[in-house]
Design a protein around this ligand. Structure first.
Ligand SMILES: Nc1ncnc2c1ncn2[C@@H]1O[C@H](COP(=O)(O)OP(=O)(O)OP(=O)(O)O)[C@@H](O)[C@H]1O
Ligand SMILES: [Mg+2]
Length: 363
């Protein structure tokens, strides 16, 4: 127990207030990489920052690290305003996708390197490096050079090097994307364990929704530099605030189909009436996750089976519905004898409805 406590780092919350970054290129063209971003990362938690390529994740991280200067807005670590504090004063540990280890140095020298600049006495530096190496389970590799390590081991060295300074905040920018599927899984569990043991406030950037959902205490979903939603992963999945979030989370993806609300009735564009709904007349998108469908005699949605796929534990039926171009996807019971061209009826146990223009959730 005592040893656990020795590993605990003092953690702070990270608060971003109206944070904005506009890049201007040579021709004067502006890119709003981060747009009026206001989010609090709670102390001691692991937060997944999630969004498609180019949505501003790295830019956000680099502003927290102090490598990019915000165009507007502020960053606080606890009560301290760090917006214009130089990176080396902030107390951050940063890990990139491409480990960036020094190839000519041993693992031990790599881990100790940040302490040299801080004038930590040699003996203490050695001890701290060994502690960190134990923490990330590479204690027996200290004399090797990076080229003699696997990708996952190199990544753990990079994490040890980021933690050896006892930072207040750990920033990880797609740290797993160079690893193969098995190592990715292993390393992400390792990161979760290290984060728990140290209690360090951690921001984990990824565009992989499954990765973010599996290790984060909370996720922040971003698009076009804007925060879309922040909450516990399961809650964001179950109750997406808008269509972007609903589509971004979930594999296989949610079915999105055109529909309409007329006189308080939600209808599909082929005329199928789904349910009554209290909302103004409008065109909508209807979202149904594959697991929301239930096969049912006389179900409201009639389809014709296109294809039955077995994916791991699940059996997926792709079915065509009159009036719609794209087939819909439903998870069905494996013991159902479903075959192409068969007519099938579905009901659903849950449904999302979004305004067609804004994507805002109506139900
Ligand atoms: N130094 C820069 N100069 C100009 N534009 C930039 C610069 N860095 C990033 N951008 C632009 O800002 C936007 C956000 O980029 P950022 O790297 O933050 O995205 P990201 O979410 O990390 O994407 P990815 O998942 O691909 O890493 C993009 O449109 C990008 O082209
Ligand atoms: Mg990036």
């Amino acid at each position: 127990m005592e040893q656990m406590n020795a590993k605990k780092l003092s953690s702070v919350d990270v608060r971003m207030q109206n944070l904005t970054k506009i890049f201007v290129d040579k021709t004067g063209k502006e890119t709003r990489a981060v747009d009026d971003f206001t989010v609090t990362i709670p102390a001691g938690k692991l937060i997944g920052l999630l969004g498609p390529s180019g949505c501003g994740k790295s830019t956000t991280l680099y502003m927290i690290a102090g490598l990019h200067k915000p165009t507007a807005g502020q960053i606080f670590f606890g009560e301290e305003d760090v917006t214009f504090m130089p990176p080396e004063k902030r107390g951050i540990g940063l890990v990139f996708q491409n480990y960036a280890l020094y190839p000519h140095m041993t693992v031990l020298q790599n881990i100790m390197f940040p302490l040299e600049n801080l004038n930590v006495p040699k003996q203490e530096a050695l001890q701290r490096a060994h502690e960190m190496a134990e923490l990330v389970h590479i204690g027996e590799l200290m004399e090797r050079k990076p080229a003699q390590l696997s990708g996952g081991q190199q990544q753990r060295v990079a994490i040890a090097r980021a933690l050896v300074k006892k930072p207040r905040v750990l920033l990880l920018d797609e740290p797993l994307s160079n690893l193969d599927a098995r190592l990715r899984l292993q390393t992400r569990e390792e990161i979760k364990r290290i984060q728990r043991e140290t209690g360090i406030t951690t921001i984990f950037v990824t565009h992989d929704q499954e990765e973010a959902m599996s290790i984060s205490d909370e996720i922040v979903v971003m698009n076009f530099g804007l925060e879309q939603q922040k909450d516990k992963p399961q809650h964001v999945y179950d109750e997406p605030q808008n269509m972007f979030v609903a589509k971004f989370l979930g594999n296989p993806p949610i079915n999105i189909i055109e529909g309409v609300i007329e006189n308080n009735v939600l209808k599909m564009i082929n005329g199928y009436e789904l349910e009554s709904i209290k909302a103004d007349n409008q065109e909508v998108y209807i979202g149904i996750r594959p697991e929301f469908f239930e096969t049912k005699e006389n179900g409201k949605i009639k389809g014709v089976i296109d294809l039955v796929e077995h994916i791991g534990r699940d059996t997926m039926a792709l079915f065509q519905v009159e009036g719609y171009q794209e087939p819909l996807r439903a998870i069905v019971f494996a013991d159902r004898n479903l075959a192409p061209n068969q007519v099938i009826h579905f009901d659903y146990n849950k449904i999302f409805v979004f305004n067609k223009e804004t994507g805002a959730r109506i139900k």
